[in-house]
Design a protein around this ligand. Structure first.
Ligand SMILES: *[C@@H]1O[C@H](CO)[C@@H](O)[C@H](O)[C@H]1NC(C)=O
Ligand SMILES: *[C@@H]1O[C@H](CO)[C@@H](O)[C@H](O)[C@H]1NC(C)=O
Ligand SMILES: *[C@@H]1O[C@H](CO)[C@@H](O)[C@H](O)[C@H]1NC(C)=O
Ligand SMILES: *[C@@H]1O[C@H](CO)[C@@H](O)[C@H](O)[C@H]1NC(C)=O
Ligand SMILES: *[C@@H]1O[C@H](CO)[C@@H](O)[C@H](O)[C@H]1NC(C)=O
Length: 402
């Protein structure tokens, strides 16, 4: 069984000003929401017997607490057999202290939260988990202190999305932080990723094939990749043609990346855009990606304009000739490692896996057997080397639990 563990931390109602328009994070403290109304799923038919489908109880509890309250899932083993969408929430929260396991017949996503604001999804005992063999979408405005172990997406952005801060993400064996795949009417803007730690996962995989609309103003900064097959990829020729003329990609910054991919026959940097919709204002700055298994890496650029890597420079208003270039890079990057966050920066010239960028203690070192269940790992106390938690684990604070 291939499994997903999504371990959750408390999201404290701290408003932060990221480089986004406006602030992110819930507006009202979850304790205030809980005092107004608490909807315990076990009062709506949920049974922690590892068998009864929790879906309808969760929907009913949500219906009662969606407009000012807290949905509480107490410790225990629950099963989920029906996919649900939790919609139109306003000033609400979900506290997951138990473990929800995906039922065998459940196709695609388990819980989709949409059209909701002032929302938190957290664990009060730092033991809440979702165990599945599918895909989980985190469609929250502020996603932080999250660890995912699976064989598929880690934190994925789908269209439409705007004003998101995604930080302190630990992807432990997964597809990584993908965007898309995107189709027609795409509208994604103002996304800020920082402190992403990728163990056998890709840090950016943006996938489109034709479609239309735009993706703009995205920053990926301070990333560590260990063994992602395609760590930095924009690919406008991915999968099935979704019709129309192509999605416009504009104003992306990739900054302060360290690490290596798993095979030098694969592209470490791939910025490939459709000739109908060239990509503009792409910046690759201090991106140091090497490989685990060789003495060279490939970069590929196609119809993408900006600075760094193999990008062609261009005025975004000029008429442009199409181009494709593949570069073989034999110079190892001079890897810069931030020594903690307070200390001076060190410049090292070592490039082997153990020295190119810090590793995390909990890293998966070998692929687990696909037919045996995993043990849910303990909650990490950090999600990025040297970074402290955005929010203290609620299991360690007096405010945790109910
Ligand atoms: C309190 O809960 C009720 C019922 O869910 C809701 O109608 C009301 O808006 C909530 N009040 C606040 C301040 O959230
Ligand atoms: C995008 O494609 C869809 C489907 O082909 C079409 O309905 C829509 O008008 C297109 N939008 C733009 C802005 O071209
Ligand atoms: C795209 O999303 C932004 C932000 O939500 C919105 O203001 C804008 O109207 C949307 N554009 C289109 C074409 O849907
Ligand atoms: C490019 O994106 C950055 C970061 O999202 C933003 O601060 C900046 O205003 C954008 N530039 C333009 C010209 O939109
Ligand atoms: C990473 O995945 C492996 C395999 O499931 C697991 O043993 C390890 O505890 C995970 N690490 C973390 C931090 O969850």
């Amino acid at each position: 069984m291939q499994s997903t563990f999504l371990t959750l931390l408390g999201l404290l109602p701290v408003l932060i000003n990221a480089q986004l328009s406006g602030s992110v994070g819930p507006l009202v403290d979850y304790t205030t929401k809980a005092q107004n109304k608490t909807c315990d799923v076990t009062n709506y038919g949920a049974v922690a017997d590892g068998e009864t489908d929790i879906a309808h109880a969760l929907l009913s509890a949500w219906a009662d607490c969606a407009t000012g309250g807290l949905v509480y899932i107490p410790p225990g083993e629950y099963s989920m057999k029906t996919a649900i969408a939790l919609k139109h929430g306003q000033s609400t929260a979900i506290q997951l202290d138990g473990i929800i396991t995906r039922g065998a017949d459940l196709a695609y996503q388990m819980i989709l939260v949409r059209d909701t604001s002032d929302f938190e999804f957290f664990s009060g005992n730092s033991k809440g988990a979702i165990q599945s063999n599918g895909e989980i979408y985190n469609i929250l405005i502020w996603v932080h202190d999250v660890e995912v172990t699976n064989g598929d997406e880690c934190v994925t952005i789908e269209s439409p999305a705007t004003n998101m801060l995604i930080e302190n993400i630990y992807c432990n064996l997964s597809g990584g932080t993908a965007i898309g795949s995107l189709g027609t009417m795409t509208n994604i803007s103002n996304i800020h990723y920082r402190n992403l730690y990728m163990n056998s996962a890709d840090a950016c995989y943006l996938k489109t094939n034709n479609g239309n609309g735009t993706v703009s103003n995205i920053i990926w900064e301070d990333l560590i990749v260990h063994g992602g097959p395609y760590p930095l990829t924009m690919n406008e020729a991915w999968g099935a043609d979704s019709g129309s003329t192509g999605v416009q990609l504009r104003n992306f910054t990739f900054k302060n990346w360290h690490g290596e991919n798993s095979a030098n026959s694969r592209l470490t940097i791939r910025l490939e855009c459709d000739s109908d919709v060239p990509c503009y204002d792409i910046t690759v700055d201090n991106v140091n990606l090497w490989t685990d298994d060789g003495d060279y890496v490939y970069w590929s650029c196609q119809n993408a304009y900006g600075s760094g890597a193999c990008l062609a420079e261009a005025d975004s208003n000029a008429a442009l000739a199409t181009y494709t270039t593949v570069v073989t890079v034999t110079a190892t990057p001079y890897v810069q490692i931030a020594c903690g966050f307070l200390g001076p920066r060190l410049t090292l010239t070592m490039n082997d896996r153990s020295h190119s960028a810090p590793t995390m203690a909990g890293d998966l070192t070998a692929a687990p057997p696909s037919d045996s269940p995993f043990t849910i790992p303990p909650m990490p106390t950090s999600f990025y080397p040297g970074a402290t938690l955005v929010s203290t684990l609620l299991s360690l604070s007096a405010a945790g639990g109910l």
